[in-house]
Ligand binder design. Structure first.
Ligand SMILES: [Zn+2]
Length: 308
């Protein structure tokens, strides 16, 4: 007599993952690293990722020479509708006025299936009136805004001052808009102590309590964060005990992401994938909390209509 299968009872060793931060196109100037849809799918298969949000870059002058605009994203996602989720991008300087009406673009992009705006990375103050205008209109269409924050020393990225007062201003005046934080300056501000010269870097060592990111995420539930890139991974690995507290407290606002920008990344295990696998394999977070970060939060936010 055959034994009854017991699968489904045991805790799953391998999680479902949805990546909130993926790319196609020539994301970096090196053409050898051009990411086509097949390469993106190969990376997803290699790293156990079920679905990926594909972000555009080329609408910004900062990314104009790159080959990944909203039309490229929509074309790739149409070929892999079960795997790829399109985001659209609008430059807040389009029209160059603080009351520019973006409704035509937003209506078209949402009708064609876009689920968010990103990756927003103009070299502007975070609360530039043209940015606030775009944030407000995105919120009215139910589109979250995924942004990259730098400190002004880079050739791209939204800027803010220490303590992120401009992000806080935007959160106050755009209560209907979900913001998804990403990038070195955003993640450096997880700590109250941001070393001089490290605001666009990867600060090491223990995190000092009272940082702007936890404070703002606590005070403004419409501020979310993605774990992608070296910046997100650094924030979650430099002080493991703090990271577990942070992920537990903000289990409804943090989403797994990769931000892999190279074709050749497929040859290695992506660091943020290794980090989230470690959380699961070693039981470091309650299963329900971890599942939210792995995929449930992004499925809820983007209304992906997934079962379970
Ligand atoms: Zn990115």
């Amino acid at each position: 007599m055959r034994r009854r299968a017991t699968n489904g009872r045991a805790r799953k060793a391998v999680a479902m993952l949805i990546d909130v931060h993926g790319h196609i196109g020539r994301v970096l100037p090196d053409r050898r690293e051009f990411i086509d849809a097949a390469n993106l799918i190969a990376k997803m298969d290699a790293w156990g990722i079920e679905r990926t949000c594909v972000l555009a870059l080329s609408e910004h002058p900062e990314g104009a020479y790159l080959e990944c605009d909203t039309e490229d994203v929509l074309a790739a996602c149409a070929r892999h509708p079960g795997r790829l989720i399109p985001f659209c991008l609008i430059d807040p300087r389009h029209g160059n006025r603080p009351d520019m009406d973006f409704r035509d673009l937003l209506e078209e992009y949402t009708a064609r299936g876009c689920k968010g705006i990103g990756e927003l990375l103009p070299k502007l103050a975070f609360d530039d009136p043209r940015c606030l205008n775009l944030y407000r209109q995105a919120g009215a269409f139910g589109l979250p805004v995924l942004f990259d924050m730098m400190d002004g020393s880079w050739h791209y990225g939204l800027n803010d001052d220490p303590g992120l007062p401009k992000l806080e201003h935007a959160l106050q005046v755009c209560p209907e808009t979900v913001f998804i934080g990403h990038g070195p300056t955003f993640w450096a501000e997880i700590s109250a102590d941001v070393p001089v010269g490290q605001r666009a870097g990867y600060p090491a060592g223990p995190i000092v309590r009272g940082g702007a990111v936890p404070r703002l995420m606590r005070q403004y539930p419409h501020l979310w964060a993605d774990t992608s890139a070296t910046s997100g991974n650094n924030a979650l690995t430099r002080d493991p005990a703090f990271a577990l507290e942070f992920l537990d407290e903000f289990q409804n606002q943090v989403m797994f992401g990769t931000d892999s920008c190279r074709r050749s990344d497929v040859e290695r295990l992506w660091p943020t994938v290794a980090t989230i696998r470690d959380l699961r394999a070693n039981g470091k977070l309650p299963a329900e909390s971890l599942e939210k970060i792995e995929w449930r939060n992004v499925a809820r936010l983007l209304k992906l209509g997934m079962p379970g």
